[in-house]
Design a protein around this ligand. Structure first.
Ligand SMILES: [Zn+2]
Ligand SMILES: [Zn+2]
Length: 391
């Protein structure tokens, strides 16, 4: 027998909760339906409200506010997200954020990323929750900044009572009050729908961000990791489906950056900023996003070329590619700098005449960029090494 300690052991509490709740939902939702002749509009409304409240408690609160500090929020907003985040029962803010920050820092790493997609769909979805470290130490060294927020500490201390109160006591109380007031509905109707069914759905919708959003979709911003943009998944995840963008620009309070991208978390955060409840909403400048998209496009083309022609062995060829690529990214940087300078300049009202030299400079950089882009594209599409060297 080896004397080595195992790295992790099964987490029985999580295992029991995550397997028993779907089972209970499969039994009790139809059972309640049959016995009570369906659910009332009130019960369905509670279900919808709990779905959105717990879902955004995680996406707007746990994720964008605390884990990424993509904006600031007043105490009412923080308490609201802390409460509904606890109701979602995905761990406390502190532990959730610690895991999530590690996921971003070491994305895809087999040991250091807690839910590495490289360990397979099941692991990233929920396999990782069914185990815990052997010494039971959750490393919280990367969330020291969050300990300064008393709401985070309050939730950490009261996490288990909050979970039980929000998931069991409140739904039963709502059912009871409704029954007393209207004389219809059942005591457990809200508990079955807004408590149990919502609990299961909310879990798996969030889990899909770690699993499906690293497997299905496209990669317009970066191919450096497995993250993907997926509009369909954004529908279930309150906008978190634009995961490739999020992994590339994690500081941005938006995940879906276009106005038509389905990102309710972004809309709620923006709406709250109009009444002063949220502020300092961080946004990546448009030209930086465009630059990243171009670099990514070129990276994909470069990778295709390397595998297609196996030019990595040919030093002259790879040097040529690298040099052209370097020139292209240098022009991209120049373009971004000029754009930034120009927009800063335009902030104070300027006449068309004053703008003229800036516009001319931008135009000439863009022209160079177009030429370089075309040259690179041709080079990347070269059918063989001889043609490639001719470009
Ligand atoms: Zn994130
Ligand atoms: Zn991810």
């Amino acid at each position: 027998m080896s004397g080595q300690k195992p790295e992790s052991v099964p987490d029985w509490t999580n295992t029991i909760v995550l397997f028993s709740t779907p089972l209970l939902a499969i039994i009790f939702v139809p059972y309640h339906w049959l016995v009570n002749g369906g659910f009332t509009i009130f019960e369905w409304s509670c279900f919808a409200f709990f779905m959105v409240a717990t879902g955004t408690g995680i996406t707007a609160g746990y994720h964008r506010l605390w884990s990424h500090k993509a904006y600031d929020a007043n105490v009412l907003v923080r308490l609201w997200y802390a409460y509904w985040g606890a109701c979602a029962t995905q761990n406390s803010i502190l532990k959730w954020s610690a895991d999530h920050r590690r996921h971003h820092k070491y994305v895809d790493h087999l040991q250091k990323d807690p839910y590495s997609a490289k360990k397979g769909f099941w692991w990233a979805h929920m396999g990782w929750i069914l185990e815990r470290p052997f010494d039971d130490q959750v490393e919280l060294d990367n969330v020291k900044d969050l300990e300064k927020d008393w709401v985070v500490i309050w939730q950490e201390k009261l996490y288990v009572p909050l979970v039980l109160f929000s998931n069991i006591v409140v739904p039963i109380a709502l059912g009871f009050i409704y029954q007393q007031v209207t004389g219809s509905g059942s005591l457990f109707g809200v508990l079955v729908l807004a408590g149990l069914l919502r609990f299961v759905l909310n879990h798996h919708f969030t889990f899909f961000i770690n699993s499906a959003c690293h497997f299905f979709g496209n990669q317009p911003y970066s191919i450096k990791d497995t993250s993907r943009d997926n509009f369909f998944l954004a529908l279930f995840t309150y906008g978190e489906g634009y995961h490739n963008y999020h992994h590339t620009f994690q500081a941005d309070y938006r995940n879906g950056i276009r106005w038509y991208h389905f990102d309710p978390t972004k809309w709620i955060t923006k709406a709250l900023s109009y009444i002063g409840f949220t502020w300092n909403l961080k946004k990546i400048p448009e030209c930086q996003i465009e630059k990243q998209k171009l670099i990514n496009k070129m990276n994909i083309a470069k990778e295709n070329l390397y595998t297609r022609l196996d030019v990595s062995e040919n030093q002259t060829v790879s040097q040529k590619i690298e040099q052209r690529y370097k020139d292209f990214t240098a022009t991209l940087n120049e373009w971004m700098e000029a754009e930034n300078k120009f927009s800063r300049f335009c902030k104070d009202k300027r006449s068309a005449l004053e703008k003229e030299p800036y516009m001319a400079r931008l135009k000439s950089i863009r022209k160079t960029l177009e030429v370089q882009k075309e040259q690179l594209q041709k080079l990347f599409q070269a059918p063989d090494i001889d043609t490639l060297l001719a470009y």
